[in-house]
Ligand binder design. Sequence first.
Ligand code: SAH
Ligand code: SF4
Length: 365
Amino acid sequence: MSERLPIIDATAGSGDGAGLAVLPDLKAMTRDELTAFLKEGFGESRFRGDQIFRWLHMKRARSVEAMTDLSKKLRQALTERTRVGGLELEDVRTAQDGTRKLLLRTAGGDRIESVIIPMDHSFTQCVSSQVGCKIGCRFCLTARMPLRRNLSASEIVDQVLWAQEVMGEGERVGNLVYMGMGEPLDNYEQVVRSLKILMDEFGANFSSRRITVSTSGVVPKLARLGADVPVNLAVSLNASDDETRTRLIPINKVWNIEALIGALHAFPLPPRRRITIEYVLLKGVNDTRADAERLVKLLRGLRCKVNLIPFNPWPGAPFERPEERDVDAFGKIVLDHGFTVTVRYSKGEDIGAACGQLDGNQVAA
Ligand code: SAH
Ligand code: SF4
């Protein structure tokens, strides 16, 4: 057995802040990475990579010890020189509408949240990619937390594994949205690795059509994402002029609306798919007829649909939700220009589980 362990970025984002030496995390590796790792470090075959990947991502093993069909010798070697990363489940809260919020803890003691939302025929899970967020959108509660750190691929994937654990007989997460805490494209490597793991047929086996990554508009990463994994893209546009957008989403100063829309036209969309344009409606800020008309002009010729999100309030927020008739009037203008429009009245508001309400603290019901 060779002593040399291949250097791969399997520990990124998993620092515990205490400066402890970190062993390679088996759960943060794609199947190819795991196979290469086991071959180089332990002289094991491709078969072993598939077997261990299945244990971790299909059978949800939380330790090497649980992998009962591995030899004792291999289990011991793996236990000494590797670890199985992930999260602890601290609490599950259920809202009146059936939305469940999982409160999860990292090894370093940070808390993150993931939300399971009941839909017509299945469930959609909203996953977090960072502890906090550094983009600083003024309407978002997560922005009130400084960015503490990126989540590792195993911590992102583990949110989905815990959801499967928590769900009842016959319940299943059908769709994943990267719309929880954090900016996914600011944690690019780990997010892409988590997508590859979740899409693997030896693991949770999600189809790429059932996964959506949402970004506030980190333009240089957009083309890379499209080339790396064929998932659905959602973009938080949230304003139709640069002055308003910069005020709401500070990175608009770096990549303005023109740069963002240009990147969306260039995005390698798989056939028959459309980009989702998210637009948080804030009363008196970006919800007028003139805003709607500017918005449809911006989106002309883009393969997209529009998702309007009436603002979800949080204590001390400097914005209000528009009246329903104003939301409808805005939607009608966009619809009349030939776009598909949906209005997302977020679920789980009573437990602080709606869009923009996640901050790692449970809300007393
Ligand atoms: N960071 C990524 C994904 C997480 S935020 C992004 O910004 O796209 C997911 C969605 O929630 C975004 O479209 C964001 O604009 C929206 N959002 C944030 N705070 C909100 C709030 N208080 N009310 C309604 N939507 C909000
Ligand atoms: Fe970060 Fe998205 Fe919240 Fe903006 S809306 S602060 S990018 S999580």
